[in-house]
Design a protein around this ligand. Structure first.
Ligand code: P53
Length: 478
């Protein structure tokens, strides 16, 4: 019916983030990040931000899967699967342990030099996120995180050091991971990981979010400008958590709400791509008196630092109903959400919607007309290790197969310009949301459980051999 092979040069790979797998949280001069003071949680229990390292607590990111000491072995396994690229982040706290130093930490820089060299040894392109839920803790405790304009300078200094140092080793960059998560501004976890904001009693959370996000967008635009000056061949993207947004029914008020929810969630990427705030949001901010600190210079920077592509994660879609909240009363997007009865869910209640990915690829293309990059997709699941050590994860294969198939239709039938596909957690790692190890995404199993027990030994799941075949056939064999 259509060509299922992806275009030549398509970047098949996998994605992770430094704090979720490196471990070595205080090794070679690394400082603590917000992730280092987050306890372990579960489906029932939220992770807790403890402000500092408390004795007796389980902080799963401290050890992660000790990728810091296992990266050679792990990259070799990625190469065996045929990866063309590998997405990870640079831990800000390895380079600037407190975030506000003048000079970077050489040992941290050296680690990423070695890591990128190891990737290139196998022809794997690093794809690098600069800000992925791992803000230096010191910037939170001393400056209040991204509510403070000073963070723009600290971040751009960090970005500049990375761009210069890895000028010839890294071509693909992203600035802020899932910057739009904070549209759920009542969620303390998301505000802390996105923006390093820990709410005080009585604080206006929505106001804080809009101001912090503005500073982040300015910092991102500055980074894009600096990066392009250092190497004009860099491709620097934004990164959003994309969910296709559906009205619960064809009732016009549901449709209007779905449109409003999309506007309130994707204004972040509107600014990244268009270099200016969309009209509806400007009106809203004015009406509410939010984002008071914006200068003419900021607006100029936003115009000059637009992104080259849109990186996005896709896990699930989102359905909204106007009998919960109408378009004009909408503030926190979570208030509009309802379960979509047509969709099955994962054990963590995330709705599974492969067609939503095709819908999203088309929607993003229509809205932005930019190259797209699926930099996360996947399904957290419990895996069972058989007596002989094998792991039969057909549910994972099934999830990925359906999503890749929809992605292929979007490219071959709908003309979407797609750079690559990097499923999330290509090797088991610490979950961002719950801190669990047993919420697994990997093609590679890591022997470690939620309590932190295990040998850290790596082994290949059935999905490993399946994905190897997918890459080898460039997507023709699913
Ligand atoms: P975990 C919330 C909703 C969707 C994606 O998530 C999210 C989050 C934050 O938890 O995060 C992204 O590990 C993120 C990764 C994260 C991955 O999705 O909660 O970029 O760091 O691990 C999966 O199952």
């Amino acid at each position: 019916m259509f060509e299922t092979k992806m275009p030549n040069g398509f970047l098949w790979g996998g994605a992770v983030a430094a704090h979720q797998l490196e471990g070595a949280w205080n090794v070679d001069g690394k400082g603590p990040s917000v992730a280092d003071v987050m306890t372990v949680g579960s489906t029932e229990k939220d992770r807790e931000f403890t402000g500092k390292v408390l004795p007796g607590e389980n902080y799963p990111n401290h050890e992660g899967i000790d990728f810091y000491h296992h990266y050679k072995e792990d990259i070799k396994l990625f190469a065996e699967m045929g990866f063309k690229c590998f997405r990870t982040s640079i831990a800000w706290t390895r380079i600037f342990p407190n975030g506000d130093e003048e000079e970077p930490n050489e040992a941290g820089l050296k680690f990423y030099d070695d890591l990128f060299d190891e990737c290139h040894k196998y022809g794997i392109e690093p794809v690098i996120t600069l800000h992925h839920f791992e803000i230096p803790l010191h910037l939170v405790n001393k400056y209040g995180g991204w509510e403070n304009r000073k963070l723009i300078d600290f971040f751009t200094r960090f970005a500049k050091v990375c761009f210069k140092r890895y000028k010839s080793k890294v071509k693909y960059w992203m600035t802020f991971n899932e910057i739009d998560n904070q549209a759920s501004f009542n969620n303390p976890f998301l505000m802390c990981t996105n923006s390093g904001i820990v709410f005080k009693e009585g604080q206006n959370r929505e106001a804080a979010m809009y101001q912090a996000a503005h500073y982040e967008l300015v910092a991102s635009a500055l980074a894009v400008k600096i990066g392009h000056e250092i190497n004009p061949d860099f491709k620097i993207g934004c990164m959003i958590n994309y969910a296709s947004i559906y009205p619960a029914t064809c009732k016009p008020s549901d449709c209007l709400l779905a449109q409003r929810v999309a506007d309130r969630r994707y204004w972040f990427s509107d600014v990244h791509v268009n270099g200016e705030y969309p009209e509806e949001l400007e009106m809203y901010l004015k009406r509410k008196g939010y984002r008071q600190d914006i200068t003419e210079e900021d607006r100029q920077v936003l115009r000059e630092g637009t992104v080259d592509y849109i990186g996005f994660s896709y896990y699930a879609s989102m359905t909204v109903a106007s009998d919960k909240v109408d378009a004009d009363s909408l503030t926190d997007l979570d208030e509009a959400k309802v379960h979509n009865e047509y969709l099955p869910t994962t054990a963590w209640h995330w709705e599974i919607d492969p067609e939503g990915l095709r819908y999203g690829l088309n929607w993003l293309t229509d809205r932005y007309h930019k190259p797209l990059f699926i930099v996360e997709n996947g399904m957290g699941a419990y895996d069972k290790v058989e007596a002989d050590g094998s792991i039969h994860d057909e549910y994972r294969i099934d999830y990925l197969r359906k999503h890749i198939s929809e992605m292929e239709k979007a490219v071959a039938l709908d003309g979407v310009n797609l750079m690559g596909y990097t499923p999330w957690g290509c090797i088991d790692l610490v979950s961002a949301g719950t801190g669990q190890m047993d919420k697994r995404y990997g093609f590679i199993y890591v022997d470690k459980n939620d309590k932190g027990e295990g040998t850290l030994a790596r082994s290949r799941k059935d999905s490993f051999f399946w994905y190897q075949k997918v890459i080898k056939s460039n997507g023709a064999e699913l």
